[in-house]
Design a protein around this ligand. Sequence first.
Ligand SMILES: [Zn+2]
Length: 470
Amino acid sequence: MSSSRCCTWTYERNVCRRAVARDDRCIFHLDNKTSVEADQFCRAFSEELQRFEKAEEPIIDFRGFVFPVDLQLKDHVFEKRLFLSGATFLRRAQFAGATFSDGAFFNDALFSELAGFSGATFSKEAIFCEAIILGHAAFHDVQFRGFTNFSEVKFKGYAAFDKAEFLGDAEFHYATFSDDVLFDGARFGRVAFRDTKFHGNLRVGARFDGSAVFERALFQRDTIESSDLSFLLEQDPYQNMSVTSFSGATVGPSGDVLFIQPREYNSRLGVEMNHAIDRVSFLNADLVGFNFQEVEWGRYHGRRAVVDEVLMSITPFENVTPEQVRQICARLRANEEKAFRYAEAGDFFIGEMDMRRRWLRGKGWRAIPERLLLWIFSGLSRYGESISRPALAAFILIFSLAGLRLGLHESSEWQFCQPLSFQESLTRSVASFFQLRSTALWTDTLERLLSIPILGVLFIALRRKLERRS
Ligand SMILES: [Zn+2]
């Protein structure tokens, strides 16, 4: 056979060498098949599959094949290592229920429509890196027993990995999900999402038995957007906003979910990269195994806050109550405190208390004493998180009461029959503030009464600062 009669298709130095059908390509590698050629392909393909399955060689090599029609290999058992690297599926690729007893290689493949793998079993490695999936990526109930690689895969359609089991290590580095993606009910061993982009809704109500890493992942945002959450309220409240939800996520005894999501300057792109987790909801997630190592949180009312608080009663959080948000804040506070990140813990404590007040609003007159107390506690010291607020309140109280005493022309106790000097008035005010004067003067009594809450919160705020940060 002369070389001009052989298919010249080459992949990683492997030359095809099958007989040419047209344009220097065999029937398998020919990319613009006519309907006659497509029929010819279908017959040749089933023969080729059988030939590989009966042959001595331990592989089935369909690299670079161009499938002009639906590929139906439902429930097929591949006993040899399967190579579909660089293949093009111009119609649906149906592998539902299939068993891949050895490795399966779909790297660089192009799925123009459905990539159907639901219920399939990958016994060894499953390699999809750099594949492009334009249609629905169906991976429901798939069992990945070996190393699984979805790095740099472009998922253009809806991707479903619900109830999938990743028993080996899994990687999704630099993968892009343009539409929604579902991992609810999935089980992960070790998994890493580094530089992964999630543009649509992401639901990760999964079980994590190993270490899961989200590093520099982009959750529903462009790179340089602000993480101030109040702008979400300016959007059309009825538009369905994309968010990430960890609702129902659980972490096994040796598992953890690690977030490394810093705001950083990307010198290559010349822009500030914002990997904030401001659109990530941790409602109903077991946060004990979560680790927020370096994270840019969303901000609201000048503090770190969760998206659930801002969008409470707005789609998709229409059923979220203040009590639920309070629980998220409390879990995040406990989590951050355990990791010694007190600034974050303090902000979530404020959120927790604010949500308690919001919840009390609906409780009628019985809640009035607690609401009043929390109102004072919040105003005077951000619930004990601020020292400057009670210090300022003390300063204002001391000086205004000193002024009041002068205005009332109280008599001096230092010099007989002399008007009260400013210095004496100030000394009297300071002593009253610290409960060191006990006279019949009503100004002293008033100041002593007013100073009680200020001294109380000052004590709480100081203790919190010193106990935590000493
Ligand atoms: Zn060929």
